[in-house]
Design a protein around this ligand. Structure first.
Ligand SMILES: Cc1cc2nc3c(=O)[nH]c(=O)nc-3n(C[C@H](O)[C@H](O)[C@H](O)COP(=O)(O)O)c2cc1C
Length: 158
């Protein structure tokens, strides 16, 4: 049986998710980040999460060989940030407010939540790599999250 790749994309896309930006630093200490909706909670004890990164990512080796990463869970009004970190622009961090987490990863202001992770393990999985992070710190702001379904953003707030 063969699967139509376009239909596969549409099927995956029909699963409603939140939107995150996964951040870290490259070997030159430059901040890096990409938009990801493949985020999933994995375990409470020990505290683990996962995100899947495309092997074609410009920064795949920084994530797979680095010490860890942060997952910024975007708030309902942060779709511009999501688009920026999904676009091929030179400096995605220019002119936006961010700070450095306790574990040393870029954290954005006004998100719904963040997770600060050390890299627990990587799992090769087809054209993506699963990054499993061990959560060292996390915090929620109480803000509603940004939703994503079939290529469109949505919010649960009026
Ligand atoms: C809503 C949304 C979710 C995305 N989820 C993922 C994801 O889970 N994994 C991934 O590798 N790319 C994902 N992407 C695509 C990347 O954000 C995009 O290809 C980005 O340019 C990759 O940047 P990089 O090459 O600097 O890593 C997503 C894009 C959008 C808009």
């Amino acid at each position: 049986m063969t699967i139509d790749p376009q239909e596969l994309r549409r099927c995956f896309g029909s699963f409603m998710t939140g939107v995150t930006i996964v951040t870290s630093h490259d070997a030159t200490k430059k901040p890096i980040g990409f938009t990801a909706n493949s985020f999933t909670s994995v375990s409470l004890d020990p505290p683990l999460l996962l995100v899947c990164i495309d092997n074609k990512s410009d920064n795949i080796s920084a994530y797979t060989n680095g010490a860890g990463f942060a997952v910024n869970v975007l708030a309902a009004d942060q779709h511009d940030l999501s688009n920026r970190f999904a676009s091929p622009i030179d400096d995605r961090f220019a002119d936006i407010d961010w700070s450095v987490s306790a574990a040393g990863h870029p954290i954005f202001n006004d998100t719904a939540a963040y997770f600060d992770c050390t890299l627990d393990q990587t799992v090769a999985a087809g054209d993506h790599t699963v990054l499993i992070g061990r959560i060292e710190n996390c915090s929620t702001s109480g803000k509603a999250g940004l939703g994503y379904s079939s290529g469109k953003y949505f919010t649960l707030t009026p």
